[in-house]
Write a protein that binds this ligand. Sequence first.
Ligand SMILES: NC(=O)C1=CN([C@@H]2O[C@H](COP(=O)(O)OP(=O)(O)OC[C@H]3O[C@@H](n4cnc5c(N)ncnc54)[C@H](O)[C@@H]3O)[C@@H](O)[C@H]2O)C=CC1
Ligand SMILES: CC(C)(CO)C(=O)C(=O)O
Length: 309
Amino acid sequence: MSVSACIIGGGSIGGIIAYYLYKGGLSKIPIYYRSEESYRKILDTRSINIVMPSSSEAYAVPVEPRLSSIPWDECDFIFNTVKAYDVESTIELMKRLSRKDTVIVMLQNGFGSYELVSERIQEAKIAVGVAYIGAERLDASTIKYNGGKTVIAGCPGKPCHELSPIATVLTRGGMDFRITSNVEYYRWLKLALNCVVNPLTALTRQRNKVVLSKNAEELVEIILDEFIQVARKHGYEFDKTYLKNYVYKNIELTRENMSSMLQDLLRGRKTEIDYINGFIARELGSPGLNYFITRLIHLIEGAGDEGKG
Ligand SMILES: NC(=O)C1=CN([C@@H]2O[C@H](COP(=O)(O)OP(=O)(O)OC[C@H]3O[C@@H](n4cnc5c(N)ncnc54)[C@H](O)[C@@H]3O)[C@@H](O)[C@H]2O)C=CC1
Ligand SMILES: CC(C)(CO)C(=O)C(=O)O
């Protein structure tokens, strides 16, 4: 049985998903771009380049560029790989690309994107993918792959056997794509990692390994203490030692990666802080470290705004 898969957002994660879909045997991979400039650039070669981990060689992945303002395909699977703050702008597009049995896989970090889409889209089944992948967009057609190949996916609160056909393709392509009936737990676990790594790398402007330094330890502890309190309120009990080991192990695995939040700040873009530490701060109720981290990142995001306040 052949399946069709479309990608919305031709950035870092979108590029890596395209790579595994292609390696898994899909020959037509539409990628929806927001900017006409990126769309035209990819149209020239109809391919993107993935610079592989520990090699400077680029792997060319054939893709079909599309403009997100012109829905073109009917997709069995839609991988949504835009940043959390751009998800709203993709709702109409996802509706137009969906038909009765379409499954949308939301790959954003943090909490809020899946919730928004499941509230606004009834036309398709909505799944979440928790991505353990490190990647950087070097230019419109070039993605640097820094390692990691695991995606843990499922539909919150219900089984999601509909993911099986795409799991087969991605696994054949070499991705470690797992379907779980408990994706909510994995979302929380990944949130803990992002609450620690993303803001600390963004504030210091360093790659992930900066968090392994002794100077970061007290901050890691407090971020995780607040995370544990909030997770408990939502019915998830995390052991602090287990969580710390998990966080440090994953930082070690992605030590040379530039976090997605640091990439945003270096490009002068806004960040996903409100979906990560901001989410913990709101749920905690009283101002703690996650709250002040969120405020600091907002300060940096707005540093270019003149004449404010
Ligand atoms: N980069 C990484 O190493 C990792 C990223 N993630 C998560 O994956 C998600 C995607 O991150 P990245 O790929 O790094 O972001 P990115 O910024 O590299 O790519 C997102 C792309 O979506 C495009 N876009 C925005 N609105 C659009 C629209 N309406 N239509 C079409 N395209 C649109 C943007 O122009 C951009 O090229 C984020 O939630 C991030 O937190 C998760 C794990 C690792
Ligand atoms: C896993 C990690 C921390 C990799 O950098 C990530 O999710 C991100 O950068 O957003």
